[in-house]
Design a protein around this ligand. Structure first.
Ligand code: NDP
Length: 282
């Protein structure tokens, strides 16, 4: 029987710490401000944006939402980013991805001031993460590291396997585990004999977007299993990339879906925004 890592509880504890620090900052005249920009009508993105706004308000941040129509042009979006870059009330800017196809996401992100890039997607911040000298970490991998450390799980010297190599989860996750002195292997769709690589892992982080893909026979007894995946089943239920029913009896620690990594992502966004406000307030 594995210990269940409760992302909701850990997230609530971190949000309480952030609210406390926000109160103190606000009393000194600086209220952390986050601007969230959404273009178009993607229902999932709208839910994320609503949740981010609510989370900001709960910890006492200023939160601004810019909901732009689907037909917004590149020039219009760049003009908004430029205005937010210059707005002293706004310390963090988040452009909700994916953007409609006619907009160049990379160009938009490249135009966010790196000091306000609280998603840590700007290539300047990505480079700093590689070097290990950073102000912001991408929210989901940072959330995973918090889950590990607040559950008392030591990474140093451990065999860590990350399944998935996306720029927003897999690659930065591998880098953060490496910074924590893990011995890291990254797997992807061309990895040969994925099961045997996964079975080497003391810490297995899965981010592939395939429901219940990692099964108990792919996991070393006693491993820590972190499930980043968020997939909708046909019945509408949310499920991870890890088959909880067969992996939980084998693992020592496991994150559930929902209630594991998910709640940490917005919490890390709040943490980055607070840090941005602290740095810009200096
Ligand atoms: P991407 O689709 O960008 O990347 C998926 C990765 O998984 C790719 O590197 C791909 O390999 C790899 N992959 C796909 N199939 C296999 C396979 N059969 N075997 C091994 N590797 C495979 O996804 P994201 O990283 O954006 O997201 C991954 C999951 O995490 C999704 O379910 C997403 O919803 C979830 N997510 C959850 C968040 C949260 O807050 N909890 C935040 C962000 C994402 P290749 O590169 O070779 O194609």
């Amino acid at each position: 029987m594995a210990n269940i890592i409760n992302g909701k509880e850990i997230s609530a504890a971190i949000r309480a710490e952030i609210a406390e620090q926000t109160k103190e900052m606000t009393s000194r005249g600086i209220t952390p401000g986050l601007a969230v920009v959404i273009v178009g009508e993607d229902p999932a993105s709208k839910v994320y944006v609503r949740n981010k706004k609510r989370a900001c308000e709960e910890v006492g941040f200023l939160s601004e939402e810019y909901a732009l129509p689907e037909e917004t042009t590149q020039e219009e979006l760049l003009a908004l980013v430029d205005r937010l870059n210059k707005d002293e009330k706004i310390h963090g800017i988040l452009v909700q991805l994916p953007l409609p196809k006619h907009l160049d996401s990379e160009l938009i992100i490249a135009n966010i001031d790196p000091k306000k890039d609280v998603d840590a997607f700007h290539s300047f911040n990505v480079g700093r993460i590689m070097i290990g000298d950073y102000d912001f970490l991408p929210c989901t991998p940072a959330g995973v590291m918090e889950l590990l450390s607040r559950s008392g799980i030591e990474v140093s010297g451990k065999e860590c396997v990350v399944v998935g190599r996306s720029n927003i989860v897999g690659k930065p996750q591998a880098m953060l585990l490496l910074h924590a002195n893990g011995t890291v292997t990254i797997c992807h769709s061309r990895t040969k004999d994925l099961a045997s690589v996964c079975r080497r892992a003391d810490i297995l982080v899965v981010a592939i977007g395939k429901a219940d893909f990692i099964t108990g026979d792919m996991v070393k007894p006693g491993a820590v299993v972190i499930d980043v995946g968020m997939n909708r089943r046909e019945d509408g239920k949310l499920t991870g990339d890890v088959d909880f029913a067969t992996v939980e009896p084998v693992a020592s620690y496991i994150t559930p879906v929902p209630g594991g990594v998910g709640p940490m992502t917005i919490t890390m966004l709040l943490k980055n925004t607070l840090k941005a406000a602290q740095l810009q307030g200096k």
